[in-house]
Design a protein around this ligand. Structure first.
Ligand code: SF4
Length: 254
């Protein structure tokens, strides 16, 4: 079987399927287009600036220099996706909001105190004969001691109490991929929530990675059954209010 005919899994597609198989079908099987969302575009802008910030010398990785990168990064983002100029009607307010998120970032980390070893790192694995697993890591730092930490920036707010484990699934998949490719168990997984200035951290154990791996195998099995039976039950939840496909979803149109 060639690469293109394999089932492609990523943390987000696995979450889609487990949150709502119908949503997974719209996105990953039918590949229906979705218009840009303000939240996602704001995330892209802030991620781009945090990526580019590490191109600077450590002493130049300051809040002012990060905020200075915003207008040019936004210009390039709009050039690549011209419809954004219609979506964002007040550019000053938009850039001010992004600047506030960057200011919060500096209350959580000092980017001048370390080197980011990898940014936007693509991790992949031939997970099963018919399953390709991959993901993009915002940042992966390797300390001089060889210890590895995996970082993901979120422009939203941290999860409510009790939901941290679900939020960490994405980073456990990255840790699993890194371990499979490099034989090193990352020491720290860290989610940085710029929306409310909080961190969610975990020191992963092998058993955490094995649990994530079991969950991925189970999800792959479930998706193959759905494909075989063409069975994609909608699973209504609070997510429906943010779902672009609500107007065509059978759960809301009977
Ligand atoms: S509207 Fe709700 S039930 Fe329908 S596809 Fe979206 S998330 Fe699933």
């Amino acid at each position: 079987m060639n690469t293109d005919s394999r089932l492609r899994l990523s943390p987000s597609s696995v979450n889609d399927y487990n949150n709502c198989p119908q949503l997974y079908k719209y996105r990953s099987i039918d590949k229906l287009p979705q218009p840009p969302s303000l939240d996602a575009e704001r995330g892209t802008l802030v991620h781009t600036v945090l990526h580019d910030l590490f191109e600077k010398l450590p002493q130049d990785r300051t809040p002012a220099n990060a905020i200075d990168l915003l207008p040019q990064s936004w210009k390039l983002q709009v050039e690549a996706k011209p419809e954004l100029s219609y979506l964002v009607t007040n550019e000053k307010e938009w850039l001010d909001r992004a600047a506030a998120l960057l200011t919060t970032y500096f209350t959580l980390e000092n980017p001048g105190s370390f080197e980011a070893t990898h940014r936007e790192m693509h991790l992949e694995s031939d997970f099963e004969e018919n399953v390709y697993l991959h993901g993009y890591v915002d940042r992966l730092d390797v300390a001089p001691t060889g210890e590895v930490r995996i970082i993901d920036y979120k422009t939203g707010k941290s999860p409510r109490y009790g939901w941290e484990e679900k939020a960490l699934f994405q980073l456990r998949v990255y840790a699993l991929l890194y371990w499979k490719n490099n034989g090193v168990l990352p020491r720290l997984l860290q989610l940085i929530y710029l929306g409310d200035g909080k961190l969610v951290k975990s020191n992963p154990k092998m058993s955490d990675l094995e649990s994530a791996e079991d969950f991925l195998h189970q999800t792959a099995r479930d998706i193959f059954i759905s494909i075989d039976k063409d069975y994609w039950p909608p699973k209504p939840s609070k997510l429906c209010d943010w779902c672009y496909f609500k107007t065509i979803c059978p759960a809301h149109n009977n």
